[in-house]
Ligand binder design. Structure first.
Ligand code: FMN
Length: 200
């Protein structure tokens, strides 16, 4: 099982696209959306949906794939994923706000997102964060550095330009593809650097 957390940073489409790709690969997903993420999701995706399942249905995902998706509220500390005794492969925070980055970096586990990240770090499981802010203050960079030191992988949501992205979807697919690479999941979301590019 992979835990996908969406926080209130801009770029909620990154989390939605990651969930779509994982479901297409028949991965079991636990999804946690922070309270502050919902208004951002609704604004950026121009939707009034209140669940990730509804958003995926609006985006025409096949209904049957949704059986692998469980959604949890950030105040639900009684759910199995809130305990280190229950295993998961990885936790991904995408996009990650600077507030959530600070909470995770300092072990301040006052919601389920911060708690599962705390568990990932203490149980030595994969933790991937995709922080979105620019420019970054020294505090932001310090907190990301702290997370990296303690075992998290920081994936900045920045595009590559060597594969000539033409659309926003190309950029989104590149970032989501890099996260899938870290999860060791095969995909064709972006063209890898190869002879095709160097021959130009
Ligand atoms: C439209 C919108 C965009 C935002 N974008 C960002 C952002 O890119 N990065 C960030 O750190 N916070 C951003 N915020 C602020 C966060 O939502 C806010 O700090 C919140 O407390 C984060 O809480 P959470 O981490 O629990 O979701 C944005 C807020 C709004 C309304």
């Amino acid at each position: 099982m992979i835990i996908v957390c969406i926080t209130g940073a801009s770029g909620s489409i990154l989390g939605i696209r990651l969930i779509e790709e994982l479901l297409q690969k028949n991965k079991q997903i636990a999804c946690i959306v922070s309270d502050n993420a919902w208004p951002v999701i609704q604004y950026e995706l121009q939707t009034d949906a209140h669940t990730i399942k509804d958003i995926l249905l609006q985006r025409s995902i096949h209904n049957i794939l949704l059986q692998h998706l469980n959604e949890y509220t950030p105040d639900d500390f009684f759910t199995p994923v809130a305990s280190g005794s229950n295993s998961f492969e990885a936790a991904v925070v995408i996009p990650a706000s600077m507030k959530s980055i600070a909470a995770i970096a300092y072990g301040y586990a006052d919601n389920l997102i911060h708690r599962v990240c705390d568990i990932a770090l203490k149980e030595k499981r994969a933790l991937i964060v995709v922080p979105r802010e620019t420019p970054m203050s020294g505090i932001h960079l310090h907190n990301l550095h702290t997370l990296a030191l303690y075992g998290a992988t920081v994936v900045m949501p920045v595009p590559a330009f060597y594969n000539f992205p033409k659309t926003i979807d190309d950029v989104i697919n590149f970032i989501v593809g890099r996260v899938l690479d870290l999860l060791h999941i095969e995909h064709n979301l972006y063209g890898r650097w190869n002879d095709e590019y160097t021959a130009r």
